[in-house]
Design a protein around this ligand. Structure first.
Ligand code: PLP
Length: 480
């Protein structure tokens, strides 16, 4: 069994084993002609259930054959140009290479004595990001597992910075289409059930700042304490960007912590064409970025950035065995002092490899392509009488629904759209997402693949219309 431990004696086994796995995936990528096979839960479950984990196969090739059957064959492939559903990006090769390196070396970024150079690489990328945002000379931050964790940490800092004796008095202001991690964080942070005030959005799904001003004033009048405003730079559902400069003004006026959730919109930090769309982000007290969304990085890769490094002390605890206080005086950089996690992956290496091979402009150009593709798609949809499209995209999301020429019953239109999404998924021809707008069912493209073309969009729209028409035709037949 020792032959399976990665070390100097097994270097050759490591090389051949990983190469074998890489060969399988490469072959898969080269031959995958659909984003999904349409496999059902019922078809796949018995295949996984049948595996006896107490009877290993021993042979790597046999295990890879088995994996082909259980996973690779039917996985949902984000690299396919007709995967248009969620905020998943195709990944760039330098980042995948970084992933292979970081897993094998297996540094843990909590302390210098578990990572050395890894710590410095992460710190440099944090500085790079805060400079791109424009957070100023005292800025800092740390890599996290994802936007959910970044938002939680940012709100923890905001709670600790808020001036109050009673957490029950704290209020967080955010738009009604912000990410649910704001609510989850409030719960984890012990705030009351009414602590998150959800503000209405305008026609473009951006926070209404008039409503924010009104609620901040009311909060003050009621003797409550505004803890944070969470602005979203790229809502998950629409890609809409809240009016950051106006929100920053109000935060300054009321002395409130401004958090910008740019989990999605952070790709604009590298954009060559659309950086101005997130102007105002530089005034934030904290920012969430998900490199695994718009920087084409493998899951997971995210960071929370803060204007004032000193605020990160709210996450600092010392343990004699790990990061004793004296190490701070000795200026030994222990990233655990800034993190909610202890053992932590060296995810930063993926972004490092990406920037060193492609450069920021290379990444930004890819994100610009998908933003421009969304603009094209919006034109297609707006000109197509079969569809109703909401919100001209600020990033790369299109929300729309099929509207039949003859049927007017809203419930039937809802069912037709739900059916079309399901039928498309079952066919594996394309994968799209869905959401609700104004209580009605809509469909959604989240475009993050620069390989997707306007022709792909047009073809998938035809498929959707076909499935919806088929459904309505059949339900009319049933009714008559
Ligand atoms: C995706 C997303 C999150 C959550 O990020 P995870 O990496 O999935 O945890 C938070 N906020 C917004 C706006 C997002 O789009």
């Amino acid at each position: 069994m020792r032959s399976h431990l990665l070390n100097g004696l097994t270097a050759e086994h490591y090389r051949s084993s990983v190469t074998e796995g890489v060969e399988r995936v490469a072959a898969k990528l080269a031959t995958t002609d659909r984003p999904f096979t349409g496999v059902t839960v019922d078809a796949l479950t018995p295949r996984v259930d049948a595996i006896d984990l107490d009877r290993p196969l021993s042979d790597t090739a046999a295990v890879l054959d088995e994996l082909e059957d259980l996973y690779l064959k039917d996985a949902v492939y984000f690299h396919h140009p007709r995967y248009l559903a969620h905020l998943n990006c195709p990944v760039v090769i330098p980042a995948v290479l970084g992933e292979a390196v970081l897993t094998a070396v297996n540094s843990s970024l909590d302390t210098w004595d578990q990572s050395a150079g890894g710590t410095l690489i992460e710190r440099k990328l944090i500085d790079w990001t805060t400079r791109r945002i424009g957070l100023g000379p005292a800025a800092d931050g740390v890599f996290t597992s994802g936007g959910t964790q970044s938002n939680l940490q940012a709100l923890l800092l905001a709670r600790e910075e808020a001036k109050t004796d009673s957490v029950a008095d704290l209020r967080i202001f955010t738009s009604e289409v912000s990410h649910f991690s704001v609510q989850k964080s409030a719960k984890l942070l012990g705030l009351g059930p009414d602590s998150v005030v959800c503000l209405p959005v305008d026609h473009d799904k951006r926070m209404q700042t008039v409503a924010l001003a009104h609620e901040l004033e009311r909060c003050r009048r009621d003797g409550l304490v505004p803890m944070a405003v969470v602005a979203t730079a790229g809502t998950t559902d629409f890609g809409s960007i809240d009016p950051l400069p106006e929100i920053a003004e109000l935060c300054a006026q009321y002395g409130v912590w401004m958090h910008v959730d740019a989990a999605y919109g952070c790709g604009l930090l590298a954009s060559l064409k659309h950086r101005d769309r997130i102007a105002g982000i530089e005034r934030a007290d904290s920012v969430t970025v998900d490199y695994h969304k718009s920087f084409f990085q493998p899951v997971s890769s995210s960071a929370v950035l803060v204007r004032d490094a000193a605020t990160l002390r709210h996450a600092t605890y010392h343990a004699e065995y790990l990061n004793p206080r004296r190490m701070v005086q000795e200026r030994i950089p222990n990233q655990v002092d800034k993190s909610l996690q202890t053992t932590r992956r060296f995810d930063a290496l993926k972004l490092w490899m990406t920037l060193r091979v492609m450069g920021a402009d290379g990444v930004g150009a890819l994100f610009d392509e998908v933003c421009d593709l969304a603009a094209e798609g919006w034109k297609l949809l707006a000109a197509d009488p079969r569809f109703d499209v909401v919100v001209e995209p600020a990033l790369s999301t299109l929300v729309f629904r099929y509207i039949p020429a003859t049927v007017t019953d809203p419930a039937a239109i809802d069912r037709a759209n739900l059916y079309a999404r399901k039928a498309l998924f079952a066919s594996g021809d394309a994968v799209v997402a869905g959401t609700k707008v104004g209580g009605r069912h809509y469909l959604k493209f989240t475009l993050l693949n620069p390989e997707t073309t306007p022709a792909d969009i047009a073809a998938v729209l035809d498929l959707i219309a076909g499935h919806a028409e088929q459904y309505l035709g059949e339900s009319l037949d049933r009714a008559s």
